[in-house]
Design a protein around this ligand. Sequence first.
Ligand SMILES: [Zn+2]
Ligand SMILES: [Zn+2]
Length: 283
Amino acid sequence: MVGEVSRGAVTAQASGLAVEYLWSGHAGLVPLRSARDKVGMKATASVLRSIADFALPPRCPACGTITEANHRFCSPCWRQLRFLAPPWCASCGTPFEFDRGDTARCAACLADPPRHDGIFAPVAYGEVARTLALRLKYGGRMAFADTIARQMVRVIPADTDLLVPVPLHRWRIWNRGFNQAALIADALGWHRGVAVDRALLHRTRATPALRGLGRKARRKAVSGAFSLSDNAQDRLKGRSIGLVDDVYTSGATTDACVRLLKRAGASRVAILTWARVLGDAED
Ligand SMILES: [Zn+2]
Ligand SMILES: [Zn+2]
């Protein structure tokens, strides 16, 4: 009965916000059309929170076991997550086994200094991190984006003043109905009070799966795949950008985006992701 009452409440409140939802099981509010402005996001998030609190038992976002509170992992899943912490490379955040000092860089960054201003991810890519990334990617539930953003919020550089999601090609959005990076950016923007610009960066060409390709082939595959909107320079000049994606793998995709954003005047571009693939974690 409680569930029935709350479903009515979702529809009534959501229509007032010009946001539509589908109900699809536990924590399953699926935004069809996300609010773009911050006020809308705040209202959306509070609707999500209050409805979820009211109607559903909280569940582990990775395995679905009932937990004490929303966005909390069960203890077996929590123990499997590998949280990233110093000592690490001053340029890219790759963890070091031994502390080499605050300014030490890894061999890859010394050989080829990166264009970006750091890769910030709360966890290493592993089974639990991957499960949550896949549940968001193929389930499209805002609640999963919110869980991810709550973990990412503590690793964002303090000077970040604009969040830009890595775009999907419009065919893929048409197929899937949403861009998971944009859902994360929206939730992150709401938690940190930072603006999100979904319209700045576009993917003009669908790119093939990069898995299994070498470094050069990956670069070639994404070269020319992105473009900026006409007024991008006005919006980027002197700003510190957080480029948001779900998982950081080889960096070929984000590197192509960073190059464009910097060329258009961004002063800094940090890469912000839920999980990052480390050398020993790729599957
Ligand atoms: Zn779990
Ligand atoms: Zn490095």
